[in-house]
Design a protein around this ligand. Structure first.
Ligand code: UT7
Length: 314
């Protein structure tokens, strides 16, 4: 009998410090009007002294509580992050220790596409019968690699974490996932560090990334529907990576999906990279919009470029 990877718990966590567009007006040559109109972001959360693992721990506890699964029952932890706390060990192993779990744990790096890459990886382990319960986390402290003098990126990126507990199920769960990478775009979006002793900061050709994101994600949404022999009418919610409201609107328009079927958290979360999809998912689940049986489309693109989609019957 086919095994499906089903989401049985979601959780998220945001640091308490809120940085509004008006706060950024004080230090950057920008305005609330420009940021709101060009990105959809009004405010974002930024860590003061919390680590990527600290955020991941709280989000994971929330997901485990909803799933009613104790840490001892987790078979694998996959943590998607662009901002690990150390070069080694993996932040996932620190999370494993702090949760009191005793399973294998590893980090996965696909920048803003990290969560869909991690979810697709978890799907393979469940479907081939290797593991029953997998904790998939996206956690980021992007503020640590932002150049706070660069108005084109400082207004976008933010901190936070989201987590899902995936469990083996005979009836329903992840229906499809599709991943892509194209490493020739390194200079469009990267961290300009010089060797491993230098952290560096994000450099982005925003407008180029914007156009590529719209094209790749629109094509991918169409391909995903075609692969599954579905139309967009059958999608209950699109839960996209939250990078720019204009990207989200363009992709939704291409597949004829009304914005009333899109979970949007950009206004209060900003772009939290690998954390943005599970954060938005948890918001939609906890406020009651996302219900059991709903068909969810996750999509994200990030530096590399890497991009991917996951279609889930929730
Ligand atoms: O999550 C990973 C993937 N990342 C993304 O998907 C991000 C994709 N890119 C974007 O979201 C958008 O390109 C940005 C929000 C970064 C920029 O918006 P844009 O509409 O593409 O603006 P632009 O880069 O074409 O710049 C237009 C103008 C420029 O001024 P000039 O040359 O026309 O005088 C910029 O210098 O806007 C200026 N500008 C700003 N003005 C006020 C750039 N940033 C700002 C700012 N405030 N913060």
């Amino acid at each position: 009998m086919k095994r499906f990877a089903r989401i049985i718990g979601t959780g998220s966590y945001l640091p308490s410090k809120i940085v509004t567009n008006l706060d950024l007006e004080k230090t950057l040559d920008t305005t609330d009007e420009w940021i709101t109109a060009r990105t959809g972001i009004k405010e974002r959360r930024i860590v003061t002294d919390e680590s990527t693992c600290d955020l991941a721990l709280e989000a994971s506890k929330n997901a485990l509580e909803m799933a009613e699964i104790s840490p001892s029952k987790i078979d694998l932890i996959i943590l998607a992050t662009t901002t690990p706390d150390k070069i080694f060990p993996a932040t996932a192993t620190m999370l494993q220790d702090r949760l009191g779990a005793s399973c294998p744990a590893f980090d996965l790096q696909a920048v803003c596409a990290g969560f869909v890459f991690a979810l697709s990886t978890a799907q393979q382990y469940i479907e081939n019968g290797s593991f029953k319960n997998i904790l998939v986390v996206g956690s980021e402290t992007m503020s640590k690699i932002v150049d706070w003098n660069d108005r084109s990126t400082a207004i976008l990126f933010a901190d936070g974490a989201g987590a899902v507990l995936i469990s083996s199920d005979n009836a329903t769960g992840i229906k499809h996932s599709k991943l892509y990478s194209d490493g020739s775009f390194l200079s469009s979006l990267h961290v300009n560090n010089n060797g491993i002793n230098d952290l560096g900061t994000i450099e982005m050709l925003g407008n180029e990334v914007f156009k590529i994101a719209v094209n790749r994600l629109s094509d991918l949404a169409e391909e995903t529907l075609k692969d599954c022999n579905m139309t967009s009418d059958e999608i209950t919610w699109m839960v996209p990576h939250q990078a720019n409201i204009r990207i989200i609107k363009a992709v939704a328009k291409r597949i004829n999906l009304p914005m009333s079927k899109v979970i949007q958290t950009l206004d209060t979360h900003g772009n939290t990279s690998a954390a943005s999809i599970p954060l938005a998912l948890d918001v939609g689940v906890r406020d009651g919009r996302i219900k059991k049986g709903d068909m969810l489309l996750f999509e994200g693109i990030g530096g590399g470029f890497s991009w991917g989609s996951v279609l889930v019957e929730y």
